[in-house]
Design a protein around this ligand. Sequence first.
Ligand code: HEM
Length: 412
Amino acid sequence: MTTSWLPGPPTHVPRELIVDFDFFAIPEGVEDPAEIWHGLVRKGVPDIFFTPRNGGHWVFMDYEDIIEAYRDHERFSTHQAVVPPIEPFPDMQPQGVDPPQHNVFRRLLAPLFTPIAVRGMVDELESRTRGLIDKFADKGQCDFIKDFAARLPTGTFLHLMGLPEERLDEFLVISDIFFRSTDEAERKANSERIYAILNNMFDEKAKNPGQDIATHILQGRDEVTGELLPYQDKLDCAFLLFVAGLDTVTNTMAYVWRYLATTPEARHYLRERLDDPDALLRAVEELLRINSVSNLFRRVVHDMEFKGVTMKRNDRVIMPNTIANRDPDVFENPNMIDLERKVNRHVTFGVGPHRCIGSHLAKRELMIAIDYWLRRIPEFELADEMPEHNAFGGTVMGFQSLPMVWKSTVPA
Ligand code: HEM
């Protein structure tokens, strides 16, 4: 006889707030991982509920509660907040530390990713995009993830950090384990491997400084004392950049292309607006709202009551952005994709002190990719056969593979 066993919920959690929900597990037959979240809404779960899965954690299902948790670092910390808990977990700078400590690395990084700074990356992004698409366009097919969506942000990351391009495949594997593995030993070994790579990278940059982000971080100084920032913090900052800007972009692109491949009207709408950057940006904001891939986490700082619910210090909380972005109290017709939506307060990049530093870069990557793809491959669709067990959940949700086909292309 097999028995399955789950630890009982903590005693402060009332029975009526318990829902058995594993945000990593995608049931057989579910093609879109976001559906596991929207299924909870249809089931009518409480706005705040507790699941015993993945070490036990709360889930916030209401836009206002999610916003509050994002903003209120005195009650909801990012420090050692990962789900399932791994201790010790790297204090990723600046995401994994709270203000005011958080400001040190936030200030170091933010100037590198402003809209103006990102404008300076456009030529590089365009040539990368063209290079990747031109490689497979005339074949009439590709695996959108393996051939394009994983390679564009990872290659961009390697370039920005001044790392050799040959390491791209190695980085893809490491990123996959970081986001998807729930095996504690594997996760630990993977983190050690990432640190070893970053350590070597800094050794190299110390000997041969460049005009790259790794050198900028390595040379970072305290704004007040002028002292060099602690070496471990710099490693943790490079670690964060590695995990923050790869999988998020890849899976957002996967969702967007999956939608375009199945929606001729949307392809047509975007093709007609490729020379209208404002309209294109508005459409991209809506695609980001409806295709929000991250489910962020926080740790409760002290025992408290939040919206009538008793929470204890070190309780974990998950904030599913996809749920916040479809809250009917905030968005008109939330499940409708309106590429001309006027008011769009989506939380795809978070809000508050930790709001995504890379949002302008991510949007630029998306816009450049949409632009060149639709000019070169105006019509395309999903292949008939999708691999089994293709969708995955977790902190960043998405697809392993996305085979696509098309009949014709426009010459480069
Ligand atoms: C579509 C792509 C992306 C999505 C959906 C996304 C999402 C997010 C979210 C939700 C947060 C808030 C984290 C929190 O509150 O705990 C965040 C933070 C962050 N993101 Fe992104 N991100 C994306 C792309 C990027 C890129 C390309 C970079 C590379 C520069 C990046 C760098 C960061 C950094 C450094 C932070 C931490 C900021 C802080 O703690 O002050 N992200 N991102």
